[in-house]
Design a binder for this molecule. Structure first.
Ligand SMILES: Nc1ncnc2c1ncn2[C@@H]1O[C@H](COP(=O)(O)OP(=O)(O)OP(=O)(O)O)[C@@H](O)[C@H]1O
Ligand SMILES: [Mg+2]
Length: 246
């Protein structure tokens, strides 16, 4: 199952992604894709990136001759992408890295797309932490997600923004079987917000509570591992159950 998270800055995409990854990794290897150039998914997972797809892509565009003779660009990229995946326990981490620069990227993007569309479905579960613009989904560098999780803050304005983002998904024809809205950081009941989200067309809405453990942990460490018995941990288990139901 490929789960892509989207949402405007600071709503909790990386917090939720990292904890989804931790929970899903109990049942097998998860590919964590950090698709936000300014992201801190690695830090939240306590992992060190070994390189990025963006660096590799830019290097090839800058110097196409770096691909040795006798090996196809496809093979070269596939080998290198495998080398930049860092592994820890049941988590494999792939960092997409910086956005493309100037120059002609059509060819290399095609090669990258093919490489990732072979690599990604080999994993049982994939979690993609996107930046707000969802560049990799819209350029189709990353394959189609099964679920897009739109993350919003617990405000009507935030939910409206998430709904606009869902509209962009249609406009740039990003495909996904399911769309789920997560209202994160909620304090107290959120029935009114859930109703509002449904009015705006979200059919599946989840509420992730504000959790003091997360706030306290963020003051002490960049790495985040929320225990299962916290309010956030319990809500996360419910979210995972729903996301992974067939
Ligand atoms: N449920 C929660 N309870 C308490 N704090 C939270 C919760 N969710 C997120 N936060 C806090 O909100 C801040 C932003 O979260 P996070 O970095 O996950 O957002 P983001 O959407 O990934 O941001 P960016 O767009 O900058 O990548 C962090 O300081 C995080 O600790
Ligand atoms: Mg983030």
């Amino acid at each position: 199952m490929i789960i892509a998270l989207a949402g405007k800055g600071g709503v909790g995409k990386s917090t939720i992604s990292s904890q989804l990854i931790r929970l899903l990794s109990r049942d097998g290897v998860v590919l964590a894709v950090d698709a936000d150039p300014n992201s801190n998914l690695c830090d939240k997972l306590g992992m060190e990136p070994l390189g990025s797809v963006g660096e590799l892509r830019n290097d090839i565009v800058d110097d196409p001759d770096m691909v040795p003779a006798g090996i196809s660009k496809q093979e070269y990229v596939a080998n290198h992408v495998r080398q930049i995946i860092s592994e820890e326990g049941n988590v494999d981490l792939l960092v997409m890295g910086r956005p493309q620069g100037q120059g002609c990227y059509c060819f290399v993007n095609g090669v990258m797309r093919e490489c990732l569309s072979n690599l990604i479905p080999a994993y049982g579960n994939v979690v993609i932490d996107n930046e707000a613009g969802m560049e990799h989904l819209s350029r189709k560098t990353l394959p189609k997600a099964d679920v897009i999780v739109f993350v919003s803050d617990p405000t009507r304005t935030g939910i409206k923004t998430a709904s606009r983002l869902s509209g962009i998904v249609d406009e740039v024809s990003i495909e996904a079987e399911r769309r789920v809205l997560v209202i994160n950081n909620a304090v107290g009941p959120a029935e009114g917000l859930i109703r509002y989200a449904e009015e705006l067309g979200f059919e599946e809405v989840f509420v992730m509570p504000h959790d003091e453990f997360i706030s306290r942990s963020a003051m002490e460490s960049e790495c985040l591992d929320v225990p299962a018995d916290t309010v956030f941990g319990k809500a996360l288990a419910g979210l995972v159950r729903s996301l992974t139901r067939k």
